[in-house]
Design a protein around this ligand. Sequence first.
Ligand code: T4K
Length: 399
Amino acid sequence: MTSSRAFDKSGPAFQSPLPVGQLYFPSWDRYEAAMRGIFERQYYNNDGPLLQDFESRLRDTLGVKHAICTGNATFGLMMVIEALGIKGSVLMPSFTFISTAQSVIWCGGKVIFCDVDSRTHHLCPSKVEEALSEYPEIEAIVAVNLWGGAADIAALKCIAKAHGLPLVFDSAHAFGCMVQDSSIGTFGVAEVFSFHATKVLSATEGGCVTTNDDALAARIRGMRPSYGSAPTVEPFRVLNSRMSEAQAAVGLLSLEDFSVIQMRNKSLYDAYGSGLSGVQGIKLLSPSNVSKSNYSYAVCELDEVAFGMTRDQLLQVLEAENVIARRYFYPGIHRSAGFDHNSHLDSERLSVTEKLCSSCLQLPLGARLDIADVVRITDIIARAQSASGKLASLIPRRC
Ligand code: T4K
């Protein structure tokens, strides 16, 4: 579909594609200075000074005993599962990025999916209870803190404790979020952040495991590996998941700029809130269960009857205008290759997940856009809704 067919005008609203994600780039001067230091020290990798500085600042910022940076969050999750010695079944949501489940499979484990709360999109504690009695073989719970919000951490901790299970948080989306006075990163037996370029704290690519457990931290450090710098620990399986000095340099700059990024995100998020408030059939999700959010996600739920077109039809209208919104998470891990052997049964158990997978979309929010851009995007959505009767018949219902 071309934009001229959508809105009867000559070109797309944005000249180049606007992707979702933060896409932080420090000023060239600061980046160059950081890289010059690496050249002067002639040290690219392996527990270097920038990495040690980054880890120490992460520990201080989060108020956690150990922060172990990794090649990305997927490796971080894999190392946590391996270091905890989990080889059996792990309970987790299906409404998450596929890495959450892949990490368990890599370690030889099995995944059991649990439905999420329709209001918050996070694991539903009562459904977790049900799953634990239905599947007594479950060895651990991996909860996901999504969209700059958090799961019901207190309830999940209580359930995990009562069942004697480790509770791990995939906090890939949640750097900088707080629950009361504590930072996300301090609640699980271990938590994992992503520092991918699209995340609120960027190391271009990267991740971090946080934990207050000394023995677990030692095992993960031994596994990362950091040859020669970690004391010898049990012969766990080793993985090359080091974070380079260049990644740590960008991570440090991003951390220095973090409060500015967070404030900017909030103003963009608020602009989405005002722009969409009068539009029928689309709702911007509020970050759940947090006293402070990183506001790095503009996630909406679309009611196709009230809006007049499907989520996928709206995505096509936006794409024609060069707004590259994404349908995170689609199609739900339980329907993805390798995890779909039980999809018929799972689709009945995971009714909220099924609905969210067909109704959620993530709009661009990050360094590439300003408030005027958000106003233009919400205007496109409002006009699409007003013209939905005409547009819906021209656009395929599914992408
Ligand atoms: N748990 C959860 C809940 C997660 O959401 C994720 C990852 C993980 C665990 C695992 O974290 P990592 O192992 O990745 O650290 C993205 C990201 O790769 C991934 O980090 C993220 N979540 C997932 C939800 O989305 P893609 O393939 O959709 O994004 P990507 O790299 O295509 O970037 C989006 C768009 O941004 C591109 O189409 C173009 C643009 N872009 C991207 C980069 C990297 C740029 O313009 N410049 C850039 O430098 O997976």
